[in-house]
Design a binder for this molecule. Structure first.
Ligand code: FAD
Length: 458
């Protein structure tokens, strides 16, 4: 096998192949600080190099695990000592920002925040944003069909993709770097690689659609006394500020209280309310947008939908409010803490959360439950802090979250994907026929099971 590493080194150059303690010096992922395991990490810098790596590994029956920014939440990047890790870290170039066609052409290893900044400097807006922006990559975002905080207005990552380039497990380069909104010439093959978690190919480049930069931004953190007011507020906003609504994030009281404990974030308002909604509107009419936003918040007050509200008056204040939503470090210790990502209709959320809470009280009585989510998209996240190291805590917690979901016809994965972590739950959200077709696709494009084997499906 050293022969394989020698061949990879010959093809890519010595600096592009990392072995030994340089591998174990890296952390497994954002969530898991234990040393990374791999026979070698290869770091190609071009699509042709990705193709050469995959061709060689595929011929040799060598498993390859693709790494982006390692922020994925479902263990999709877990590798073992016998694996080759293909890291996209050297393919991070923003190739083109086209202000006429409103498109971005970018290599897949580019970090989301770097790309967001480059697009902003180019006078436009990349409508993809998530808390992991400082580490996650465009390729990882597309491979997981990431959601994030702007989905309510712009859709998930898939909705932004005009063109894509990917390398198949046998090294074939499939380049569809289309820039047009419309192109129905045959099958839309790029969809094979979006949301399939690196199981069918390695995404190397993409063309994404950009939006105009907004000139106004209005943000509000509102407190609500009853969950029935959450859909009322959403409908109120949709019926008034409509399409300018760009975020609608919910945080349950327990979450707010935990992340505003001393030493974490400062509380922007009374911490005792049961529900908080962080909503934001992006607009293009400075003369009217701010007044209209205020008017809409006041109406919500008058109608009793919200009971308290904070409107940040500066960008620093706005970021401090968003940090409460994005930075959940306070609930991540002591370990183990289990993160969940489910979707279900907003009208069923209150009953569902009550079911989960009741099951946890029964099965893991010492645990803490923290709830938040992109509720405007029907998406909830849970952090379950087990407060026990007992071996069955994970299983008890998983069953408490997923089993009641059946009643509400929800999905076991809203935006994080399946990875290795949720495989045993996939059949709860997908039919046997759907899973069979997933397997057929995998067998057709990757008959030797070279790429990310065992991720999503066996
Ligand atoms: C603080 C925080 C907040 C988060 N918030 C959100 C959120 O709001 N919404 C959301 O959807 N997710 C969220 N996530 C999860 C995570 O950031 C996303 O899943 C992200 O899209 C993963 O990107 P990555 O580059 O880190 O991918 P990785 O973690 O490196 O990989 C994820 C999967 O994609 C595959 N992959 C990576 N790059 C490629 C490529 N170029 N070609 C093919 N396959 C590839 C990997 O093999 C793996 O299966 C959050 C994570 C953190 C830590």
């Amino acid at each position: 096998m050293n022969d394989l590493i020698a061949q990879l080194t010959e093809k890519l150059g010595a600096g592009a192949v990392v072995t030994g303690t340089d591998v174990s010096a890296r952390a497994t992922s954002y969530w898991d600080p234990s040393p990374m395991a791999a026979k070698a990490i290869v770091r190609p810098s071009t699509t042709e190099e990705v193709s050469a790596v995959l061709k060689l590994c595929n011929e040799r029956g060598q498993k390859v695990i693709t790494h982006g920014g390692l922020t994925g939440c479902v263990q999709g990047t877990d590798s073992g000592n016998g694996d080759i890790v293909l890291s996209m870290e050297r393919m991070a170039t923003v190739e083109d920002i086209d202000s006429v066609s409103h498109t971005l052409t970018v290599q897949a290893g580019a970090v989301l925040e770097t790309v967001q900044n480059a697009v902003r400097e180019g006078g436009m807006f990349l409508p993809l944003d998530l808390g992991a922006r400082g580490s996650c990559t465009i390729g990882g975002n597309l491979a997981t069909n990431a959601g994030g905080v702007n989905v309510i207005r712009y859709g998930m990552a898939r909705a932004l993709v005009l063109g894509l380039e990917a390398v198949l497990p046998d090294g074939t380069i499939l380049s569809s770097m289309n820039k047009m909104l419309k192109n129905n010439a045959g099958f839309d093959l790029k969809q094979l690689f979006i949301g399939t978690e690196g199981t069918l190919g390695v995404i190397t480049r993409a063309v994404l659609e950009l939006a105009p930069q907004s000139t106004t931004k209005n943000t509000c953190l509102a407190a609500l006394s009853d969950f029935s007011d959450v859909p009322k507020l959403l409908n109120h906003l949709k019926g008034t500020v409509g399409a300018s609504l760009s975020a609608f994030e919910a945080m349950w009281g327990d979450y707010i209280r935990a992340v505003t404990e001393p030493g974490f974030h400062s509380a922007p308002m009374d911490r005792s309310h049961p529900y908080y909604i962080l909503f934001e509107c992006d607009g293009s009419d400075p003369g009217r947008d701010n007044d209209r936003f205020l008017e809409v918040v006041e109406q919500a007050f008058e109608e009793g939908i919200i009971v308290d509200a904070v409107l940040p008056k500066s960008e620093a204040e706005r970021q401090a409010v968003w940090a409460i939503r994005d930075d959940f470090e306070a609930v991540l210790a002591p370990k183990p803490v289990f993160l969940y990502d489910v979707s279900l209709p907003i009208t069923s959320m209150e009953a569902y959360v009550a079911d989960v809470r009741a099951l946890l009280v029964e099965r893991l009585p010492q645990s803490d439950l923290y709830v938040l989510g992109h509720v405007g998209d029907g998406n909830l996240h849970f952090f379950v802090r087990a407060n026990t190291e007992s071996g069955d805590a994970r299983d008890l917690s998983d069953r408490s979250v997923y089993e009641p979901l059946v009643r509400y016809e929800g999905s076991v994965s809203a935006e994080h994907g399946i990875g290795f972590e949720k495989k045993q739950w996939l059949a709860q959200s997908r039919s046997a026929a759907e899973i069979a077709v997933m397997r057929q696709l995998k067998a057709t494009l990757d008959p030797k099971r070279t790429l990310n084997p065992g991720v999503v499906i066996d």
